[in-house]
Design a binder for this molecule. Structure first.
Ligand code: S3P
Length: 430
C-alpha cells in the first residue's frame, strides 16, 4: 500500500464556508469543495433560501453569490436537510435570526438524532421553535420562526461544535453580545471563519463572545483543506498494513481535530507532518502527513480528548485491535447519537471479526476496552447505514486475514464518495 493521496475538502469547514458566503453580500469563490451528500444538502438548502450557488463538479469549485445577513428568502415548502446533522443544527442558528417561518425535514437517520441541545439555547434567544417531542428529547421535523433575538450567556452542557456554531450564527442576529462557555474545547472552524468574514468575535479559553452584526465581509475566495476525518482511514491503514507508506497532501490540521494524530503517535505510529502552514486562505492550518507501517501499542484516550477525535473513534478502535496490549476509550457515550449508534456498530462488527472488545459503564460514563491481538479474521459485517463505520470496516477487512464482506456501503457518499477509488489507487489489490 504505497502512494500519495489528495483528499476532498474538509466537510465541517465546507459547510461553514457555504453558509457564511451565503450570508455575505458578495461573491465568494470556494476551492476544493467536497461533493459529498452532506455538503450538497447545505448547497441545496441555501439555494432554496434564494442564494445563487454555481457548482463546478469537475473542478470542485463553487461560486456563492451571497445575499447578506438579511437577504434570505422565506422558503416555499419544507427545507429537506437529508441526513446532514451539521447542516440541520447550523441552519437552525441562521433561521433563528430570520423573520419568517421555515419547516426543516430530515432523512431517516437524522430524524432519530437529538435536536434539543441546539433548540434550547435558540429558544432562550427568542426564536419560536416546535419540534417532534418524545419523552424529554426533541427530534426533526422542526418548525422555526425567528427574528428579534436577544443575546444570551450560555454554558453548553455537552461538548458540541454544532451547538456552539448554531448559537454563534444566531448571535450575529442578536441585540448585544452573546457569550458561550464550552465544557471542553471543540473544533473552532466557525470562530475562525467568522473572523475571516470580519464578524466581531473574541475567544478566551473556553469562552467565546460574538456581537450582533449588520453585515459580513467576504474574503473573496477561500481554499478548503483536505478532510482530516477522511485522512484518518489512510493514517490507520498505513500504520497497520505491513510495508505501507502513504503521503496524504494538504490535510486540515485544526487544533480541535488533530486528536487522531496525537493518539496514533502515542500508539507508536510512524507519522510525520510535513509542509505545515499555520494559516491558509481559509484561516485554517494545513499540512501533509506521511505515514509508514509500524508496530502499534495500546492507548488510553481520556474523556477530555474525545471531542478532538470524536469522528475518528471508529477507525481508532480498528487500530487498537492491531495494537499490542490494552486500549481504553473513556467517556465515549456521544457515539450513541451519531449517524448510527457507533458503539454498537463497531462492537458488533469487530467482535464478529474476533476482536476482544467490550463496553464498561462507570460513573455515568461509557468506556470501550479493547484487548489488542494484532490480528482480525474475516467476517460478514455491516455499515449499519453509517459512513464512518463502513470505511472503518473496509480498513479492518484489508488488514484482516481472509475476505471480509461489508454490507450497505453506499452511505460512504455522506462524507467521502471517492473513498474506494482513492484506496484502490494505492495499488492495494495489485
Ligand atoms: C461537527 C461536529 C461534531 C462531529 C460532526 C461534525 C461539526 O458533532 O461529530 O461530524 O462540523 O461541527 P457534534 O457537534 O455533535 O459533536
Amino acid at each position: 500500500m504505497r502512494g500519495k493521496v489528495f483528499l476532498p475538502g474538509d466537510k465541517s469547514i465546507a459547510h461553514r464556508a457555504i453558509i457564511l458566503s451565503a450570508l455575505a453580500k458578495a461573491k465568494t469563490n470556494l476551492k476544493n469543495i467536497p461533493l459529498n451528500t452532506d455538503c450538497l444538502a447545505t448547497i441545496a438548502v441555501f439555494r432554496k433560501l434564494g442564494v445563487k450557488i454555481k457548482l463546478n463538479k469537475a473542478s470542485c469549485r463553487a461560486t456563492v453569490s451571497g445575499r447578506g445577513l438579511f437577504g434570505l428568502n422565506a422558503p416555499k415548502g419544507a427545507l429537506y436537510i437529508k441526513d446532514s446533522g451539521t447542516t440541520f443544527r447550523l441552519l437552525l442558528g441562521v433561521l433563528a435570526g430570520q423573520d419568517f417561518k421555515a419547516r426543516l425535514m430530515a432523512g431517516p437517520s437524522l430524524s432519530r438524532r437529538p435536536m434539543l441541545r441546539a433548540i434550547k439555547p435558540l429558544r432562550l434567544m427568542g426564536a419560536a421553535i416546535k419540534a417532534r417531542a418524545i419523552k424529554k428529547e426533541e427530534y426533526p421535523p422542526v418548525m422555526i420562526h425567528g427574528g428579534n433575538l436577544n443575546a444570551i450567556n450560555y454554558k453548553i452542557p455537552v461538548p458540541s461544535a454544532q451547538v456552539k456554531s448554531a448559537i454563534l450564527l444566531a448571535g450575529l442576529y442578536a441585540k448585544g453580545k452573546t457569550k458561550i462557555i464550552e465544557p471542553l474545547k471543540t473544533r473552532d472552524h466557525t470562530e475562525r471563519m467568522l473572523k475571516l468574514f470580519k464578524a466581531n468575535l473574541k475567544t478566551q479559553g473556553k469562552s467565546i463572545t460574538v456581537s450582533g452584526a449588520k453585515k459580513l465581509i467576504s474574503p473573496g475566495a477561500l481554499y478548503i483543506p483536505g478532510d482530516i476525518s477522511s485522512a484518518a482511514f489512510f493514517m490507520v491503514a498505513a500504520s497497520i498494513i505491513p510495508g505501507a507508506k502513504i503521503l496524504i497532501k494538504n490535510v486540515s490540521l485544526n487544533p480541535g481535530r488533530v486528536g487522531i494524530i496525537k493518539a496514533l503517535k502515542r500508539m507508536g505510529a510512524a507519522l510525520k507532518i510535513e509542509n505545515s502552514k499555520l494559516k491558509t486562505q481559509g484561516n485554517e492550518p494545513m499540512g501533509d502527513i506521511l505515514v509508514k507501517s509500524s508496530c502499534l501499542r495500546g492507548i488510553k484516550i481520556g474523556r477530555k480528548e474525545v471531542p478532538s477525535l470524536i469522528d475518528e473513534l471508529p477507525i481508532l478502535m480498528v487500530a487498537a485491535c492491531f495494537a499490542k496490549g490494552k486500549s481504553i476509550f473513556a467517556g465515549v457515550g456521544e457515539l450513541r447519537v451519531k449517524e448510527t449508534d457507533r458503539i454498537k456498530s463497531m462492537l458488533v462488527n469487530l467482535a464478529k471479526m474476533g476482536a476482544k472488545i467490550r463496553v464498561v459503564k462507570s460513573g455515568g460514563q461509557e468506556n470501550i476496552i479493547i484487548q489488542g491481538a494484532k490480528v482480525l479474521y474475516s467476517a460478514r459485517v455491516s455499515s449499519f447505514g453509517d459512513h464512518r463505520t463502513a470505511m472503518s470496516m473496509v480498513i479492518a477487512g484489508l488488514a484482516a486475514r481472509g475476505k471480509t464482506r461489508i454490507d450497505d456501503i453506499s452511505c460512504i457518499n455522506k462524507s467521502f464518495p471517492g473513498f474506494l477509488t482513492t484506496l484502490k489507487s494505492l495499488n492495494i489489490y495489485k
